[in-house]
Structures are given as structure tokens and as C-alpha cells.
Design a binder for this molecule. Structure first.
Ligand code: UDP
Ligand code: MG
Length: 140
């Protein structure tokens, strides 16, 4: 399997509860390397553009409000099959459906406040990484 890179976001519900280290431990235990990381306060414009694909969904406004409510940690994870592997470590979108031991099963509060974002495909991973990081910030 090829070495891939994927965008991860530790969301406001998790940064607020001081869970960054515990979440990072799950990535590292799964063999994902954190090759870039920065804690930022997103603007409404950034959150809205990042989640533009969900613009027509009923939860879009609430999702954007949530994403600017506290700082987030933006990350690039690298590893063999990193995109799918990260989705496995994250668990299902709704924590009620997330497998035991996944980030969302252990930490998420609700389907909206679900602690982490992860890219879902190679094309979205490349676009999402480029949206938040310059090439020189990725140190593999
Ligand atoms: N979301 C929500 N309500 C829903 C579905 C999704 O609030 O019914 C939020 C949730 O924070 C989720 C994000 O919108 O993580 C993006 O949704 P997506 O379906 O892409 O889930 P993900 O890829 O994050 O698992
Ligand atoms: Mg998604």
C-alpha cells in the first residue's frame, strides 16, 4: 500500500476538553505520523469554505458555528494507507455507531460535536491539505 497524507482536524469540543494529546496518541499508536500541526482559531469564512460541500445540508450553519466556537488543531497525518486508516481510527460520524476504542467512540459528544475531521479520499485529502498548509510546513 502506498504512503499517503491526509488532513485531520481536532475539533472545538475536543480542544476545549484538553484532549489533543489523547487523540494524538491514538493516531501515533495506529502508525500515523503527525508531519504538520498547528492550533488556530478558524474564521467563519474559513469554516464555511472548508465545509462548502455540505452547504445545502440542514446542519451546515450549526457546523460552521461549532467549528469557530473554540480553537482547532489542524494536522497532516502520514502513513501507509493513511486516508482510510485515519477514518478507521476516527470511527463513524455518529459516535453511537462508532466502533469501541475509536476516537469518536471514546470522546465524541454527539454527531455534530464529534471531536475530529478526516479527509475521505485522495482528492479531498490533497485539496484540504493545500487549503490549510504550505508545502514547506509539511515535514515528513
Ligand atoms: N454533521 C452533523 N450532523 C449530521 C452529519 C454531519 O452535524 O447529521 C457534522 C459532523 O460534525 C460531521 C461533519 O458534519 O463530522 C461532516 O459530515 P460528514 O458526513 O462529512 O462526516 P465525517 O466525514 O466527518 O465523518
Ligand atoms: Mg466528511
Amino acid at each position: 500500500m502506498a504512503v499517503e497524507r491526509t488532513l485531520s482536524i481536532i475539533k472545538p469540543d475536543a480542544t476545549k476538553r484538553n484532549l489533543t494529546g489523547k487523540i494524538n496518541a491514538k493516531f501515533e499508536d495506529a502508525g500515523l505520523r503527525i508531519i504538520a500541526q498547528k492550533r488556530v482559531q478558524l474564521t467563519m469564512e474559513q469554516a464555511g469554505t472548508f465545509y462548502e460541500v455540505h452547504k445545502e445540508r440542514p446542519f451546515y450553519g450549526e457546523l460552521c458555528e461549532f467549528m469557530v466556537s473554540e480553537p482547532v488543531v489542524l494536522q497532516v497525518l502520514e502513513g501507509e494507507g493513511a486516508i482510510l486508516k485515519n477514518r478507521e481510527v476516527m470511527g463513524a460520524t455518529n459516535p453511537a455507531d462508532a466502533a469501541p476504542g475509536t476516537i469518536r467512540a471514546d470522546f465524541a459528544l454527539s454527531v455534530g460535536e464529534n471531536s475530529v475531521h478526516g479527509s475521505d479520499a485522495p482528492e479531498t485529502a490533497a485539496a484540504e491539505i493545500a487549503y490549510f498548509f504550505a508545502g514547506l510546513e509539511l515535514v515528513g
